[in-house]
Design a protein around this ligand. Sequence first.
Ligand code: UDX
Length: 445
Amino acid sequence: MSKICVIGTGYVGLVTGACFADLGNEVTCLDVDQSRIERLKQGIMPIYEPGLEQLVAQNVRAGRLAFTTDYRQALDGAEFAFIAVGTPSGVDGEADLQYVRMAAEAIADIAKGHIIIVNKSTVPVGTGDWVTDIIRKRRNGTRPLLHFSVVSNPEFLREGSAINDFMYPDRVVLGSTDRQAASKVAELYVTLRCPILITDLRTAEMIKYASNAFLATRISFINEIANICEELGADVQEVALGMGYDKRIGPAFLDAGLGWGGSCFPKDVKALAHMAVLHGTQPQLLQAVMEINRNQRRRVVYKLRKALNSLDEKVIGILGLSFKPNTDDIREAPAIDLIHLLQNEGAIIKAYDPQAMENARQVLKRVKLCETPYEVAQDADALVLATEWNEFKQLDFERIYQLMRQPIIMDGRNLWNPEPLRSIGFTYFGVGRGTNNHILNNNQP
Ligand code: UDX
């Protein structure tokens, strides 16, 4: 059993703290946001993450998990201090490290004896050294001496499956100049029985960025293939299936659609490209990956404009606002970008999401937020699926057909089978869902 302090109670910090507590450690989660800590003490989660509310409750009840805004309380006797604060994008796409600095300074001011500081936040390559300098300078030999080490331990948690991803990781990555400190952090994960890679600080930090950038690249790749499929009449879902049987490629992360969003990919790809440019290399591929992703939203607007002749005054229904299913997070969500693009052309927007309505209400203007998908469809000239929530899989399309003003469906996540919808009378657009009919008819490439 270890005594752990986790600084930051976003989905990474909260899931990390609750899971370490569930593994038998004594964990104190700290946040500077008083109201967030108050709600956590009442068992109210700041985010929708499947299973988190119950995991937190059972560990608080067991006396292994506590919440505070007081660094003294959080660091008292702690062997590890995990920094899991936000690193949002700055104006040029660089990672904003102000919250990491604040956490490092607080640790320097308050920690005593020996502590291992673990960077869990996604931070630019070199941040581990930067944190070390901050603490060293801040303590600069004042009594009592603080013996500390810094370890990079990037997270690979997906929103919506974060607890599962913590408890069943593909790997744990640790980086430090102090291998002994890294080994001590490794002991926290040993019961998870997964590969544990111990490397240096910069390499560990780069593994995180390279992993996220590669996943984003896969998605932009299949989206570019989808766009080519549309012109050539191939079906990208079958293409992805055929590709995925190759063990070197694998089936995951080959779903064409509106592209990627969320609090990680956009920020991390931008930050990596920024690091590259800052150090004199041209990240051509990363720039293209980001451009293709932006373009996926625009292509949907183009298709809708073509199908409706003009978007001005047209009623467009949006199903799904969160950046992916099983989360209420709308940060950089494709649906939000799409709504702004459609509104710029005079479209009137109605929208519904199973979980993200509260967050959407904060950021969306002039959007009719509905209670059900059917209310969204009522009098709509087109219906767009932006997030593939399970509850959208088996909608009553006969009823939707009757409700809509024009039977146009834009399936932004290739969730539905086109044929049954077309047989009801819908004009169905997917992403890369070419049909084989043109080959059957004229046999020309
Ligand atoms: C991601 C990484 O997966 C995770 O390892 C890292 O720690 C944090 O960033 P997350 O952003 O929560 O996790 O979601 P993820 O499931 O990766 O999806 C990211 C975006 O890509 C979503 O908008 C999703 O809709 C989109 N996506 C995903 C696709 O468009 N196609 C796919 O095939 C997969």
